[in-house]
Design a protein around this ligand. Sequence first.
Ligand code: GLA
Length: 376
Amino acid sequence: MNNKFLNFFSILALSLAFVSCKNTNANKVEEDKDVVATQVKGLKDYYEGYFPIGVAVYPRAVQDSVTSKLIKTEFNSMTPENVMKMGPIHPEEDTYNWEEADLIANFARENGLKLRGHALIWHRQAGEWIFKNKDGSQVSKEVLFERMKKHITDVVTRYKDVIYAWDVVNEAVSDEENEFLRSSPWYEIAGEEYILKAFEYAREADPNVQLFYNDYSAIRPGKRDKIIKLVKMVQDAGIPIDGVGIQGHFSIYEPTEPELREALDKYGELGVDVQITELDVSVYHKEHSAREPRPEDENDAFTPEQEQKQIEQYEMLFKVFREYSETLSSVTFWNISDRYSWLDNFPVRGRKNYPLLFDEELKPKKAYKKVIDFEE
Ligand code: GLA
């Protein structure tokens, strides 16, 4: 090849290299932007070394580009809010609705989030079919256990690769002063044995998953002691139980710091994991039964007083949670932001609540800043 040709080819090669290098640089800038966007610190990062921070989600939240991004930035654990409960996932004896639960499970798999299963056995949102014979009469204990076993085995097995902990029994303890376990079809048909069987079947379905008992008002001394009694009952029967879920539907008025510390001390003594599984801080007093809807003229705006109390409550809660990080293995919020919370309709239908760390625009609230501020 003569020199002229050589020169021509070297110039061509250089130009191509330059163009491709420019493109690479342009791509790199784009990539860097993405890296910066995904590098925004979220709750999960501030709490690294303490415990994972979870959130309860509905299926659309993991499909929507804005909420799914918020979930990935802020949280490293999820709980399906409703779609793995017995009623929604197993509405008839021969029908399973896997689709929506699969969406959430796949999002967890693809993005490396931890997943809590919620909830196998509960007196609410259960398929009525499980308690009834074809003629409408109540099933025997044997039939109930057979059906329970099938339900637990099928659901636990399907998500075995991704769910690390299950709420096996939810809210079995009574709120009545002189009653240990609440009356429910489970209890009427099988007595306290249904609790033992549920844990036994869940362990058989997955030898590695962590098995939890989960309940509300778990900080209040009366209920707390009954929950402790239940855990001991399961342990004494030689049946595996790995943890207690304190739901954590709190309010700006409760719990107090001493109540919270005392409860965490007592649960810690059980030698099982303790998790906060459904955290929200209502701006109203706690009530546990539904009542009449909000009269239209009643104001439900977020007042500066409520806001201030909520900031202080969140600050106290997380200060204590951090101190108890040896006892607590996870803290999960119940819903993503104040745009939607179950508390907007419970106990008063149509009364707006503001219980979470993100506002209706999905922006972090002042309480968020306190939660990530570890200075005394
Ligand atoms: C209980 C249940 C949750 C949920 C809330 C209300 O805490 O454990 O699954 O239903 O009530 O949203």
